[in-house]
Design a protein around this ligand. Structure first.
Ligand code: MRU
Length: 351
């Protein structure tokens, strides 16, 4: 039975207490029908939550992993002499949970750098809190930078979930929609359902409906036809990893949307914080693509879709070449082509 969305969703991620506290995650596998908050106090619990997508979205899993590292190292009391080595071992377990979203490794690298300079639990906790606070501020800035892209009366199409459930703050692509709506721009949204795990139908539609923004769910296969018929004026998506040349990994189906936008001159913007750019990755061919359990494709809600013995493929992401991207809306401003130079300059200015 369908549920009516509540006016306010519980927080996606919350740390309760000081460095001796625990992590709370809203279990996204149960949404939109049940609002279950997980209470976690081990790194294994956080790995499990990341693997089964109880917490998901590149920035959100970075924040969850940072707190997971603290939980894992804290269990090693009395703290071993080789504190930094022990931290590295727990970090490797967390990093392996999902390979494509670079924010996971990025957050763990930051925590490792912090404990190398001062090997204490308090430092790990402070770094995790700092990452969370920075991601909240990044979301706000992406919303502000991108809000002017949304025109009154337009229809915006989005893919997967890039909102409050995918980040520590308002989101990436959805942060733009929340910011534009708050400024009084009136538009409607088409949310790709996002097979196989339906983040668009289950999560994006929930978030937009809760904010009072008109949203209609469409099957992924409908998007290109609607774009071709002039029924979409803007496409906004998030990213899990952006290579140095601008090639972008995002939820499977994004590449097809970008191709349709290019064919029909519809702007296609990628919205992501700088923590999603991987400067060690020269181009999209080097981005690892997560292959997930094929049971996610072959069944929905425990109900088998295909005959017994049928096999499947389940790549969770695809790579959109930089040439198909209109712009990157980041927390540091909007990057225009040529992207390799724009990306290099943006990071050079931050040093
Ligand atoms: O598999 P998911 O649900 O973690 O995939 C999420 C996405 O693809 C998002 O678009 C991406 O993480 C950016 S969200 C802020």
């Amino acid at each position: 039975m369908a549920t009516t969305p509540p006016a306010a969703l519980p927080p996606t991620i919350a740390w309760i207490g000081d460095e001796t506290g625990h992590l709370e995650l809203l279990d996204q596998t149960r949404l939109p029908h049940e609002f279950v908050v997980l209470r976690l106090d081990s790194a294994e619990g956080v790995v499990d939550a990341i693997v089964r997508l109880a917490v998901r979205g590149a920035p959100a899993i970075g924040v969850a992993a940072a707190y997971g590292l603290l939980l894992g190292v804290r269990r090693l009391r009395p703290l071993p002499a080789a504190f930094v080595d022990a931290t590295r071992t727990v970090a490797a377990r967390l990093a392996a949970a999902r390979p494509t979203a670079v924010n996971l490794q990025w957050a763990l690298d930051r925590c490792l750098a912090a404990v190398r300079s001062q090997p204490t639990l308090a430092v790990l906790w402070q770094e995790a809190r700092r990452i969370q606070a920075e991601e909240i501020a990044s979301s706000r800035r992406m919303g502000e930078h991108g809000a002017a892209l949304v025109r009154d009366g337009s229809t915006v199409l989005t893919h997967c979930n890039t909102g409050r459930l995918a980040t520590a703050g308002d989101g990436t692509a959805l942060a733009i929609l929340f910011a534009a709506w708050k400024r009084g721009v009136r538009f409607s949204v088409l949310a790709d359902e996002t097979r196989p795990l339906l983040q668009g139908a289950r999560l994006t539609a929930l978030e937009l409906a809760a904010a009072g923004i008109p949203v209609q769910v469409v099957v992924d296969g409908a998007a290109a036809g609607l774009i071709a018929r002039g029924q979409v004026q803007l496409v906004l998506v998030g990213a899990d990893r952006i290579a140095l040349n601008g090639d972008t990994a995002n939820k499977v189906g994004t590449y097809g949307l970008a191709l349709a936008c290019a064919a029909h001159q519809v702007p296609f913007h990628v919205v992501a914080p700088l923590s999603t750019f991987d400067l060690r990755c020269a181009d999209g061919s080097k981005i690892p693509i997560e292959e997930r359990d094929t049971r996610e494709v072959l069944a929905v809600g425990g109900q088998a879709l295909a005959a017994n013995g049928v096999s499947a493929r389940n790549p969770a992401f695809d790579v959109t070449p930089a040439r198909l991207v209109t712009s990157f809306v980041t927390d540091a401003g909007i990057l225009q082509p040529p992207f390799p130079a724009a990306i290099k300059n943006t990071f050079a200015q931050r040093r």
